[in-house]
Design a protein around this ligand. Sequence first.
Ligand SMILES: [Zn+2]
Length: 935
Amino acid sequence: MNPTMNRLLTIAFSWLIAPAATWAQTTDAPDTPEPGSLEAIAQETSDPRFSSPWVASVPESAEIPSPTDFLGHIAGAAGELPNSATIYAYLRELAQASSRVSIEVIGRTEENREILLLAIADEAGIRALPELKAASARLADPRLTTPAQLEELLPLARPFYYFNGAIHADESGAPDMLMELAYRLAVSEDPMIRRIREQLVVLINPVANPDGRDKMSDWFYRFHRGKTDYDTLSRQSPPYWGKYVFVDANRDAHQLDFATTQAVAKMFFDYHPTVIHDLHEAIPLLQTWNGTGPYNPNLDPIVYAEFLEMSFHEMSALSALGMPGVWTWDFGEGFGYHYTDSIAMNHNAIGRGYETFGNAVPLRVTRKIASFDVTRTWFRPLPPPDREFTWSHRDNVNYSQSGSLAALDYTAGQAKQLLRNFYQKGYNSWTRGKSGDPYAFVIPAEQGDRLRVASMINRLLDQRIEVGRASRKFSIGDETFSSGDFVVLLDQPYRNYAVDLLQPQEFPDDAEHEPYDDISWALPVHYGVRTIAVNDSAILKVSIRKITERVKPEGTVASSGRVYLLKDTGQESLLAARYRLADFEVRIAERAFRLGRQTYPAGSWVIDDQPGLADALRAVSAELALDFDAARSAPDVTLHSAPLPRLGVWVPWADTDMSGWIRYSLDQQRIPYTYLRDEEIRAGKLKQDIDVIVYGAVLLDLQGQIHGIEPTHGPMPFNRTDEFPSLGAPVSSDDITGGIGWQGLANLEAFARDGGVLITLGSGSTLVLESGLVRNVRRVDLHGVTTPGAHLRTLFLQPQHPIAYGYPAETYAFRSPYSFYDPPRRWLTMSYCTSCLDGPIDLRHVVMQWGTQPYDAEDDPKAGPAAPILISGGGKNLSALEGRPALLDVPLGDGSVLVFNFNPMHRDLNHADSRYLYNGILNWRYIASRDAGSR
Ligand SMILES: [Zn+2]
């Protein structure tokens, strides 16, 4: 049988087994298809199996405009990618015309675009929105509703089911799908749709990331419209979707840093939806999330059963409609909840998501999939029949819309039970907190960095975790706490999330499945803030005032002296403070010193009084909560000057994601920097304008870090034009291809040789270590060793190094899965050698190592270390990491290269690590000159 015949028969057979009853229902359905919609959708659908009767046509309405009425084409048509303005204009018309739809603005993006939210229900539901929201809020807080009152409340409540569309802009089908879904939900009289309207309120955020959608739309029309060969398309996505990060916009659930997540959080605390459903695109053909395990022990077990049940419903419903390739389970682990949908998971609701097969571009193209994807298994009972097929934008819309309808149908059928569960999860969380284990967390307000304590507390408050302050001094056991210390009493509805955020993570050692992302998010560890779990019920008798506003501590400035002193107790804000004091000379103590009864650690500041200084210190102290002491004369200690560096942040066009967090953190602290594109690195003469270059972690190998985006399709301009006004922000380029090239690498070397300090973070360090810019450090394959985003113990081998200012000699850092390296070795001079790097270990340039045990090449992997290397998270065979370099300071010409084997600027989370980087920036001149002496 020839393949074509085989395929035709397969299609014919699948039509025979397709559930005829369902198709028959649509014939009798009360909806009249919009004229032409059946044909248009069939034409845009690659294969009849890639559709369902639920979405095969669009219902006709005399009064309400359909997407086709507005756009002139069916949603998901090839060659069309409407931008947010067009989508919003249509949805506003829909809301205007239909009393079943309301619309509101729930946010504004960094580029000042609106983020819109639609609510869709029957007329009664839309009229009663305020009452329904109030009922949801009462279900969310069990202190407002007793179990006895629950049954009275349920008839007054409905589940809100929230869809989030295209937070990842190149996962481009959801906005098109959601326009059609909104219209269908508003006008269809199909019994299934009517029941959804009557039982639920459907919330739709059609374009979760409008900055990204508009860039994606412009990018498509500029470079890809009309193309058909998927394998030869140039880069399908613009280099930016927003002002800062890229894919990592979906790692912001704990931080709520970006407008995309802030809007979802605002919606959540306003509506208390039962479900947040985030629509993504990647793997074929429709994957409905729920995680493989290990599952997070702090979530209520009800949720795990709920999301499995919902996923299985989607899988069975769509399989029954004859749609192949719908599956669940084998994606992500279910331990970490850092994603947008996790806002629901962390607050007793259900977070879920899809990965629909997407082309990124709205084109009908030939796609090939892996053999795994066509395997029939319990979690994919009806796999796609072929590994190669044609796939269109409309196929994508058909799948995600059919799945969404199945999910809504399920939720409508289970509406009251899901509300009951939502209440029960909050109730369980609250009552668990009342019974201890622990009762509370206490966080002393005055510790090394009071501003960082406040930032951590504010993060809890933003998540609606309730925090109080002690009204007076109190003791628990043999520890005494001060008035004003923070107390998180756990008898509260979000107790589970509080515990999850405030205790170190323990990823099971024997887990069958690997983590998908970070496995340590404990805020006290990330922030370096001492937090005490209290399991003594005496804490319940302590007088505590609940905090109602964000915390803003201030510092003090001593009345005038000849000299001002700032004790370095690890404050994160020292770099920001240095920039605020740009007009004044600051000197830094290289050793600890005593003055009166005070001991000032190395890193403390000495500032001679000068006109205007006192006022400037008062402003800095108020803003950054720093204390400035006064003295009659400078202390007797070696000081070095800390001139302000001209800071550059190099962001390669090939990967802007992780560097976006660096830019975000610097912007938040108003630390000025120059954005360096590949173009600037290529142009050279870097030291003329820049003293310190920071190069962040990137998901690129050495080749990608040097040569960037494949230049075959270049030039690819990313700049604003009248036709493509969304491109070119936050920075523009005439051509984003080609990377820095060999010349750029040579220019970076010249920069350091000219006295600059080049700082590479995490995987960005590949560039200097593996190109040979830093010599004699060899990458090592540590088989079976994993550090998937965990906190690990470290040791300063050079505790006097400026990078160590503010830290104890034994400390820790957050490590993502980057490459491993051996310590540097001295070069052996022999007549010939085959492994010249195998000279003796040279620790002169190792500032900090992993673990506390020394590196021992002979005894590898090592026996268990004295102090366990793991602090929070997990990892495999971690003892093999002991003694390997975590941070190098390598002299190069008149300058230096600081090489981090971790990322101290990870997602605005690991604030305890920031000072490693900031010390390098602040002491740049001293480091370069110190290194010059050590050559
Ligand atoms: Zn995605």
